[in-house]
Design a protein around this ligand. Sequence first.
Ligand SMILES: Cc1cc2nc3c(=O)[nH]c(=O)nc-3n(C[C@H](O)[C@H](O)[C@H](O)COP(=O)(O)OP(=O)(O)OC[C@H]3O[C@@H](n4cnc5c(N)ncnc54)[C@H](O)[C@@H]3O)c2cc1C
Length: 291
Amino acid sequence: MSLNIVVLAKQVPDTRNVGKDAMKEDGTINRAALPAIFNPEDLNALEQALRLKDANPGSTVTMLTMGLPRAAEIIREAMYRGADSGIVLTDRALGGADTLATSYSLAQAAKKIGNFDIILGGRQAIDGDTAQVGPQIAEKLGIPQVTYAEEILELKDGYVVVKRRLENGVETVKAPLPCVVTVNGSAAECRPRNAMRLQKYKYAASPSEQATLSDTRKELLTKRPFLNISEWNAAFVEADPQQIGLAGSPTKVKSIENVVFTAKENLTIDGDNDDQIDNLMKELIANHTIG
Ligand SMILES: Cc1cc2nc3c(=O)[nH]c(=O)nc-3n(C[C@H](O)[C@H](O)[C@H](O)COP(=O)(O)OP(=O)(O)OC[C@H]3O[C@@H](n4cnc5c(N)ncnc54)[C@H](O)[C@@H]3O)c2cc1C
């Protein structure tokens, strides 16, 4: 049985390596100072997709990302590991989207891809951290969802059987296809890049990237259509302008506060008795260092 598998992936600032330049003076993220990476749990989702592809010859894995044109970088990364193709959903009109507008836009793109058997994504993105996008896409598409997935145990006869990792144990559920599955970081790590695939896909490029390429490289993309990373805009996925970007985002950020932690030099423990430790704890709680 060949499957049409879609994997959601988000390019995120590497919030695990935050340096002193990470925030701008106005309190917003200085994206230029943070390397952009493949959202970690989306790599776990990709591995589950590639395992399904391995087990079902003839299947295809299509990457779908919404972001800036540079998000084509993570599509190439996925191709090096086993994905077949990818789409960057990018448009100025999509900017400023909250999770509702993001999931609407991605659901529209999924409809445009059409005929998919399963959509896999990460449980959550390390920058937004809401874990809302996967479930919202399922709602908007009117299909079942399985969250906290750790392993896809079986996929046959129109059903998928998934092991879910919950706080206090493991649950095995069966869901009809098509469905959305969001995968935990506790799932199997994604396989590394494959050297042959790296050679095959290293010149893959999106239309935005192609604009800056030499004629020889452009010719290569014409001769080898599999090197073309698709770029779709809001109109192409027939998105309602009122449901995308800022217009479609009911969540409004009212203010952003930059919290700077500074060391207080005169905070010392002089002695080791319980009272002194108690006093230190009270002081740390009072000045919001902990608690
Ligand atoms: C008012 C408001 C304004 C915002 N404005 C901006 C802005 O201008 N620019 C900006 O970058 N962000 C903006 N955001 C953040 C944006 O809403 C989130 O980045 C986005 O909705 C995804 O939410 P999340 O990161 O919590 O993803 P989660 O729900 O935690 O992600 C779960 C999974 O869904 C999939 N997924 C999530 N996002 C994408 C994506 N873009 N493409 C493909 N798959 C995805 C991934 O598989 C991911 O692992 C704004 C948020 C709000 C509330």
